[in-house]
Design a protein around this ligand. Structure first.
Ligand SMILES: [Zn+2]
Length: 423
């Protein structure tokens, strides 16, 4: 990221320099000088302070050209650990990470969010405590090392970040306005941050994943439902009330299926994982898809009996079932036609596709890509990169961990650390 005019002074300059080291490091003092246009002595002054505060580290590196070593600065990622949690509708994923979100220990299990906040958080506490023990964190020590810097949680509903809770979630009975953030922060006596799951994933991809080198990106999660997260100039854009990127209920022309929101023909009820599964069952029932009919009969005999999901539709499509393949391609085109509108409007550098339904087959992703390219303006797509999530199934918990790092080591927070050190 280029900063032509470095408008920071005093402790704030330290905070801003830390931000550059965190995002662009390892970086030399000379490079910092070029990026900020600050003098060598001013850079030295701030760097020395940041080294003493302990938020950056210096390491010697062999130079690429010729003999000799030079010293590079980087974020002190071993200074603490963070916990990232993805709460899904039917699952919980928890990771303990270092400060660059390398996973040190993780655990996943099925957990029904409809049980309500108290049983779900109680179970989450047990998992967190076990994982912290696994990585050698002892909360009873005089000075617990490694230090737990905070806990981040991605939630599958609309999140009010000011209140730290979900608001009127359609699929989370008992969670409406329950103070998730404050409960967790109090239980562990560390800062806690919450956001909706898609924003958390978009942030993770922007900081350490597929969109690491992009200024602007659009992360699209296609799971049971469909949602998007926007990153603009390297920062998550949440909108006025936090609902930016809620694309699942954009209407698809000519579609009439009733959606849980009360409208008809919404993108997610047509082309999300649940929509694909529903239409797959229709193909099985009508006999239009012999493979899906066979799969439906087989799953009904399992104990407990199951129904066709998007996974079976993708499998049938990849094995040559014409009706299933048409369904996969049509669903991908619906997603792609909505994304084309967003690409035209927003002109991102990168579109990242995540969520379990993306894995139902290459035909699905190919259809999305085809529609985005076909229906967007040439200028918007000429250098547009469309790729899958770098973190795959870990993207929720890794993103939640990176949300904590973003908050605890924000420019403002580090400025305050420098000021406290000076004072
Ligand atoms: Zn809807």
């Amino acid at each position: 990221m280029k900063r032509n005019r470095f408008g920071f002074f005093g402790a704030a300059a330290g905070g801003a320099i830390f931000d550059i080291v965190r995002r662009e490091g390892p970086i030399s003092r000379a490079q910092l000088g070029r990026t900020t246009a600050l003098s060598k002595s001013t850079i030295s002054l701030h760097v020395d302070r940041l080294l003493k505060v302990g938020v950056i580290k210096e390491e010697a590196r062999q130079t690429d050209s010729g003999p000799g070593r030079r010293s590079l600065l980087r974020f002190a990622t071993d200074r603490g650990i963070v916990v990232g949690i993805e709460l899904g509708v039917t699952s919980i994923d928890v990771a303990v990470c270092d400060l660059e979100a390398s996973v040190l220990a993780s655990y996943s299990e099925t957990l029904d969010i409809a049980q309500g906040p108290v049983p779900v958080l109680t179970r989450a506490y047990e998992i967190i405590e076990q994982l912290l023990t696994d990585v050698g964190h002892d909360p009873d020590a005089d000075r617990p090392m490694p230090t737990l810097a905070g806990i981040g949680i991605g939630l599958p509903g609309p999140v009010n970040r000011t209140l730290g809770c979900v608001v009127s979630p359609p699929i989370m009975p008992g969670w409406d306005r329950y103070p998730v953030r404050d409960e967790v922060a109090t239980h562990f006596d560390v800062p806690c941050f919450v956001d909706n799951d898609v924003n958390v994933m978009a942030l993770g991809e922007a900081r350490a994943g597929s969109a690491r080198d992009s200024e602007s990106s659009l992360f699209v999660k296609i799971g049971t439902g469909i949602g998007a997260g926007l990153v603009i100039d390297g920062e998550l854009y949440r909108g006025f009330k936090g609902s930016a990127g809620d694309i699942g209920h954009i209407g698809i022309d000519g579609e009439r299926t009733l959606c849980s929101c009360g409208n008809r023909g919404c993108l997610e009820v047509v082309a999300g994982g649940a929509g694909i599964a529903r239409r797959g069952r229709e193909l099985a029932d009508s006999g239009a898809s012999p493979m899906l009919a066979e799969a439906a009969a087989r799953l009904a005999d399992e104990s407990p009996p199951r129904e066709i999901s998007a996974v079976e539709v993708g499998l049938a499509a990849s094995q040559g079932d014409t009706a299933a393949l048409e369904l996969v391609i049509e669903s991908g085109r619906h997603v792609g036609s909505v994304l084309a509108k967003l690409v035209n409007f927003f002109n991102p550098q990168m579109v990242i596709l995540g969520g379990g339904t993306v894995n139902i087959g290459d035909a699905f992703v190919a259809a999305i890509r085809e529609m985005v390219i076909r229906r967007s303006t040439q200028l918007a797509t000429v250098d547009l990169v469309i790729r899958r999530s770098a973190f795959g199934e870990q993207s929720g918990m890794v993103g939640a961990a990176l949300m904590v790092v973003d908050e605890v080591f924000s420019t403002r927070a580090v400025t305050a650390m420098v000021r406290e050190f000076d004072g």
